[in-house]
Each structure stands twice: as structure tokens, then as C-alpha cells.
Write a protein that binds this ligand. Structure first.
Ligand code: ATP
Length: 355
């Protein structure tokens, strides 16, 4: 998906949107544009305002202030059923007494679409979500992943312009969840509908999205493509929430980077070698020397906590290319040299501290 194209139609536009519940600022002055045909994720910890944003788009909530537009039309006062939007919920919300076909056709029945056409469209949807021939099963006869696909088919059958998905994979186990992530993305590409996807799982957001908005306490900290969010986090919150980061400030930042500003360094960008074996320093490289205090073996990689001489810690992740688990764990207490390209230091805005 080309997100650089400035001529793309705006599907959803928030301008200074607030939603307060008493003293709680669930959504606090959010401005945001989601483009037509995008897979856009709202990512953030529990309580950061993602679901409230989704409910504002659906029309289940009214903004306390600000403007919400869907394809250019102000919708703040338009009820949910008059918005060209559908929602897939985490608990699927299928009707247990209806079979799969009737569940999927429900929206068409409400609109009094003739039976013949309903059947054709249900079969198209079953093909799309890879459940052909399952129309006469009951939801109780399906696996979790299959039920999720039925919920998706039911939400897509009316061809909404925007599909809202609230943690739809949250109830699935990890392996199925990863399979469904790939499938959901491929379905979205096939139908070309704008998907707005809520998740608290950063890996999920990075895998599936064209762009991601990172939420914190009712505000958006950064909007960008997955690689941009990961490689160039704008704030200490983003650096800490999306992946793991070393966040440096003050004295430690001064010693390691030459500036006391707030910086993040990704642990996998740091190269670790035995002390004394490293190349001589050059202006494009940052360097430190320290002692390994902790080792966490993660299978494909190992995470080391290194106490830097002069004070402060750095987390370093190294791939286990040749190392045996015994060597890795036995590294505790070893003296090491750390180097990383100066260009990987990311200057952050905001105060120090991780989420
Ligand atoms: P989660 O991932 O846990 O669903 P979220 O990021 O989706 O979290 P929201 O559900 O949008 O967060 O909630 C944001 C804040 O607004 C929370 O502090 C929540 O308690 C509060 N909130 C949401 N809905 C209501 C409500 N109807 N009444 C009062 N407070 C609410």
C-alpha cells in the first residue's frame, strides 16, 4: 500500500476529537486521517482510548468535542445504522441458533435482499474467508478461528466502506492468531475496504498494518508505517511500547552519545564482543565497555543486560548464530565491549522513562 500518495481519499477524519467520561479523558484532542483502502491499526496499552475511538467512528459514542468525518461527511450526529461502517467484535457475537449461512446473510435479510441473491453472496463470502460448504453448520460446530471468519464474512457482506475490528484475534491461541493475521491482511487486500484494527499487541500491529497510530492516555504519540514507528520512534513511550529499547538521558546519554538529550537505541543494533577485541573507535560509532549482569536465553536470540562502566545499563540482543545455550548462559560476569552505529541513536521528544 502506497501511503506516500497525497491525493488519496480520506476515509475517516478526526479533528480535535475529545470523549470524556466525567474526569476520565478517554480520547483527548485527537486529530487523525485514515485513507481509503488502508489497513490502519490503533495500537496502545489497555485504557489508552483505542476502543473509544472505534466506537466514535461506529457511532456508539458521541464526541464531547471535535469533528468526525466519514468520506467527507460530518457524522457526529448520524446514528450508527446510517453510517456506512461495520464492526467485528472480539467475541464474534454470532447468533448461536442460526446456521453459518443465515448468520452471514443477516444484514441482507434485514435489507430484504431476495433469497436467491442472498445465497449467491453468502457463497462468495464463504469462498473469501475460506469456509466453502460450511453454510449449514451451527456456530457451535466451528473452531474459534472459523467462527472469527464467519464474523468477518457477516461484517463484509454489505460491502461497508469502513470495517472496524476490535481485537478480533484476541481470543485465539498464538499460532492460529498468527495465521489469521496473514489471512485477514490478504482478505483486506482482496476486498480493498478500509480496515481500522484495534490491538494492544505491537507485533500484530507491525505485521498487518499499512500505518499504525500509537495511543497513550487518550492521545496519539505517533502515526506512521510500521518500519517508521519501529526504526524512528518519536517519543520515549513509543520506543518502549513498540519493541524493546534502551532509553538514555542525562549523564549516561552524555557519556555514550556525547549529548545529554533523550535517546533510544534498539538492543539488536548493538554489537557485543569480548573486551579488548573491538576495532578502534571512529566518529561514526558509539562505544561502551561493561560487565554482563544478566542473560535471558530466547531460542533464536539471547538478551543480555550489560552494566556499563561508570554506571547505567544497556540491554543487548544477539542472535544465537553458533552459540550453544550453555555458552550463552555462562556469559554472566564476562567483560564486554559494545559498539553501535551513531546513526541508530534516535533522539526522542518528551520526558525520560518507559511506559
Ligand atoms: P482496552 O485495550 O483495555 O480495551 P482501550 O485502549 O480500548 O483499552 P478504552 O476502552 O477506549 O481503552 O478506554 C479508555 C478510558 O476510558 C479508560 O480509562 C476507560 O476506563 C474509560 N471508559 C471507556 N468507556 C467508558 C464508559 N462508558 N464510562 C466510563 N469510562 C469509560
Amino acid at each position: 500500500m502506497n501511503t506516500m500518495n497525497t491525493h488519496r481519499e480520506v476515509a475517516v477524519q478526526f479533528t480535535n476529537v475529545c470523549r470524556y467520561f466525567g474526569d476520565v479523558k478517554a480520547v483527548d484532542q485527537i486529530s487523525l486521517e485514515v485513507y481509503d483502502g488502508e489497513f490502519f491499526s490503533l495500537l496502545g496499552p489497555s485504557g489508552s482510548g483505542k476502543t473509544t475511538c472505534l466506537r466514535l467512528i461506529a457511532g456508539f459514542e458521541m464526541p464531547t468535542a471535535g469533528s468526525i468525518r466519514l468520506y467527507g461527511t460530518e457524522v457526529s450526529t448520524i446514528p450508527p445504522y446510517d453510517r456506512d461502517v461495520n464492526t467485528v467484535f472480539q467475541d464474534y457475537a454470532l447468533f448461536p441458533h442460526m446456521d453459518v449461512g443465515d448468520n452471514i446473510a443477516y444484514g441482507l435479510m434485514i435489507r430484504k435482499v431476495p433469497k436467491k441473491e442472498r445465497e449467491v453472496r453468502v457463497n462468495e463470502m464463504l469462498e473469501l474467508v475460506r469456509l466453502p460448504g460450511m453454510a449449514r453448520r451451527k456456530p457451535s460446530q466451528l473452531s474459534g478461528g472459523q467462527r472469527q471468519r464467519v464474523a468477518l464474512a457477516r461484517a463484509l457482506i454489505n460491502h461497508p466502506r469502513v470495517l472496524l475490528l476490535d481485537e478480533p484475534l484476541g481470543a485465539l491461541d498464538l499460532k492460529l492468531r498468527q495465521e489469521m493475521q496473514i489471512e485477514l491482511k490478504s482478505i483486506q487486500e482482496k476486498v480493498g475496504i478500509t480496515f481500522i484494527f484495534v490491538t494492544h499487541d505491537q507485533e500484530e500491529a507491525l505485521t498487518m498494518s499499512d500505518r499504525v497510530a500509537v495511543f497513550n492516555r487518550g492521545k496519539i504519540e505517533q502515526v506512521g508505517a510500521p518500519a517508521e514507528i519501529y526504526e524512528r520512534p518519536a517519543t520515549s513511550f513509543v520506543a518502549g511500547f513498540v519493541g524493546t529499547s534502551n532509553i538514555l538521558s542525562g549523564d549516561l546519554a552524555q557519556r555514550l552519545t556525547g549529548s545529554p538529550d533523550l535517546f533510544s537505541i534498539r538492543p539488536e543494533k548493538i554489537r557485543m564482543t569480548p573486551e579488548g577485541s573491538g576495532a578502534s573507535p571512529d566518529p561514526d560509532t558509539c562505544a561502551a565497555v561493561g560487565t554482563i549482569r544478566d542473560v535471558i536465553y530466547l531460542g533464536v536470540s539471547t538478551r543480555y543486560l550489560v552494566e556499563v562502566d561508570g554506571g547505567g545499563d544497556l540491554t543487548v540482543v544477539q542472535q544465537n548464530l553458533d552459540a550453544a545455550p550453555g555458552d550463552v548462559v555462562g556469559a554472566r560476569g564476562s567483560r564486554v565491549a559494545l559498539t553501535w552505529p551513531r546513526s541508530t541513536n534516535r533522539r526522542l521528544s518528551g520526558q525520560g522513562g518507559t511506559p
